[in-house]
Unconditional design. Structure first.
Ligand SMILES: [Zn+2]
Lengths: 281, 317
């Protein structure tokens, strides 16, 4: 029953309904090795209370953190990737998709949903890194484009939470053109004077950085996230020496002038609702 | 003349031709018929080789060291009137990106392009056609200038990618490209983009949002180079031919997929084998398109441009 509810488009669901935090399990911080009960880790929004390390989380977690009572309406939940190029490397793209869908329970690397954030309506497009590295293909471009149409129609602000390795190679030039598509579409949102907040989380790289992720009215990031156009490995190969400490972290990107703010996940919701208040929406 | 591996038969015939000519010059024998025969063979061989190029061979041609670069096209089609303008008004002048006004007949046109060098020293000077953020910002500054004075824009795309350097990252390579995608979408003047060599990923797209996007016949345009694709997906460098095939990156493929608007045919043997001919084809096409686009009002041009890019993508709904 709940499965049926979830795939129906535009039906309001609650993340709380399906949240079953396993009791008696422990979480070990991958940065400082601190061990806490999993329940406590979830309650602190997957942020380490000792060292502030932000665990990578997915759309379900972000929706539950942001939306009042965890209530949201999901859009276009059934869009899935096609394989227009019949792409195959060591594995067929269609098989890769099937595996990812069955392994993650997701349809692609992005979900869009609207709800209230401390009473402010907001549409959130959020990436799931576990789905082929959060890569951007036609589905991501189309979901963002349709989200923008909804935002314009309902005069609702937009937030995109990026967590992506960049373009999806298996869709080749189609994935490249999603950079153009999303950026072009954002001009219409801007024309309608509807606010767009870009939240960059770990990692945000490649074609996502070089399109909508850097085009927010406000660009904000979680602490310690990797934010880059060319990834650190490629840059290191180019310059032929070790990279400076902290290179391409949120803090580095803010110091160089490309982020408006760094926001700890525990303050994300209050920051977003405050920003929406500033915008008067 | 530099020969590519698949042009080996041509190189051999050319050597034979040279030898025959030398013999003839020494006056020891009449080589006229021999030369005619070799020349005939060369035409046949050239036809055979070029009628059925693989995607990887086209990638090789797109990088041919003697291929004309942006400045060659611009100087030719503006009849030498091109006046270059420098700098992004913020950090510096990027030599991998060029721009300025030139005349095409009575029409002044803003020309923008990635620029490669034609010898070792110049290749370094031009950073192998890989712009830094300053290049994209210079390009945007000049495009906005053209917009202000209602002049059309023609961009020439030829890059192995935006430069993946440390300073490029510090100065916001991602932001610079993103800004261009956004701003080019809403430029009020006609914009024509032509891929004349390599169209690698975001670095190419950064000057590639046009009312019309064209590819020369032997160029490639995709999200990644075949070599990098091979190294990431196959985890070695040996599958570049397969990757070139899989990426559907040729002008024919891109046109078939509806991701570009038109193809400009190259002379047999590639653009470098007859530069005058390819310059003329480009001039003709640009003139024709400028005429067509200038007859539209600016709002419908922008609406159509946005709609075109928004229609790109294939999904299951
Ligand atoms: Zn920790």
């Amino acid at each position: 029953m709940s499965w049926f509810k979830r795939i129906k488009e535009g039906i309001t669901t609650s993340t709380k309904e399906k949240k079953e935090t396993p009791e008696g399990l422990w979480h070990k911080c991958s940065s400082c090795n601190a061990i806490v009960p999993t329940e406590e880790h979830v309650a602190s929004m997957y942020v380490c209370n000792k060292c502030d390390f932000h665990d990578r989380i997915g759309s379900e977690e972000y929706f539950s953190i942001l939306f009042d009572e965890g209530q949201y309406t999901e859009y276009n939940a059934n869009l899935t990737a096609a394989d227009p190029l019949h792409f195959a490397d060591t594995k067929k793209y269609t098989d890769r998709l099937k595996d990812s869908i069955s392994k993650t329970g997701l349809k692609d690397a992005i979900r869009s949903a609207s709800g209230l954030v401390n009473g402010h309506p907001l549409l959130v497009c959020c990436m799931d890194f576990k789905f082929i590295g959060g890569s951007m293909g036609s589905v991501m471009g189309e979901k963002i484009a349709r989200a923008i149409d909804i935002c314009i129609e309902k005069r609702m602000p937009l937030m995109i939470i990026s967590k992506s390795g960049g373009a999806r190679m298996m869709e080749a030039a189609f994935s490249l053109m999603q950079m153009a598509k999303t950026s072009a579409k954002l001009t219409q949102l801007s024309e309608a004077k509807i606010p767009y907040i870009s939240l960059l989380t770990d990692p945000t790289t490649g074609g996502v950085t070089a399109s909508f992720a850097m085009l927010g009215d406000l660009n904000i990031a979680e602490p310690g996230a990797l934010i880059a156009f060319a990834g650190p490995r490629v840059v290191k190969e180019t310059i032929g020496k070790d990279l400076p400490k902290g290179f391409q972290t949120s803090e580095f990107v803010l110091e160089h002038g490309f982020l408006d703010r760094i926001v700890n996940r525990k303050e994300l919701k209050t920051n977003i609702s405050q920003i929406l208040t500033f915008f008067g929406v | 003349m530099a020969y590519l591996d698949f042009e080996k038969p041509l190189e051999e015939l050319n050597d034979q031709l040279e030898k025959a000519r030398q013999l003839g010059q020494k006056g020891k024998m009449d080589v006229t018929s021999l030369i005619t025969e070799i020349e005939k063979k060369m035409v046949e061989a050239r036809k055979k080789i070029y009628s059925d190029l693989t995607p990887w061979q086209r990638v090789q041609l797109s990088r041919h060291p003697e291929r004309p670069y942006s400045l060659d096209y611009i100087n030719a089609i503006s009849d030498g009137t091109f006046m270059e303008f420098f700098g992004d008004r913020s950090v510096k002048d990027d030599k991998a990106m060029i721009g300025g006004f030139g005349m095409m007949g009575n029409q002044s046109v803003m020309f923008i392009g990635q620029q490669k060098g034609n010898n070792t020293k110049m290749r370094q000077y031009r950073n192998f056609g890989m712009p830094n953020p300053e290049g994209y910002r210079k390009a945007l500054r000049l495009m906005k200038l053209a917009e202000k004075f209602n002049k059309p824009i023609v961009t020439f795309i030829d890059t192995p990618g935006a430069f993946p350097g440390l300073e490029a990252e510090e100065r916001g390579q991602g932001e610079a490209i993103a800004r261009n995608l956004y701003e080019m979408s809403i430029l009020k003047v006609p914009v024509i983009c032509i891929i004349i060599g390599e169209g690698a990923s975001g670095g190419a797209l950064g000057i590639g949002i046009g009312d019309r996007v064209l590819m020369l016949e032997n160029t490639w345009y995709s999200v990644i180079s075949p070599e990098s694709c091979s190294s990431i997906l196959w985890r070695n460098w040996d599958n570049k031919e397969k990757a070139a095939e899989a990426l559907k990156l040729t002008a024919n493929d891109m046109s078939g997929l509806g991701l570009i608007d038109d193809i400009i045919k190259e002379p047999l043997g590639g653009a470098h084998s007859n530069p005058a001919e390819i310059f003329e084809s480009v001039r003709k096409k640009v003139t024709e398109l400028l005429e067509e686009l200038s007859n539209m009002d600016s709002q419908s041009r922008v609406d159509n441009r946005i709609a075109k890019f928004c229609s790109m993508g294939v999904i299951e709904d």
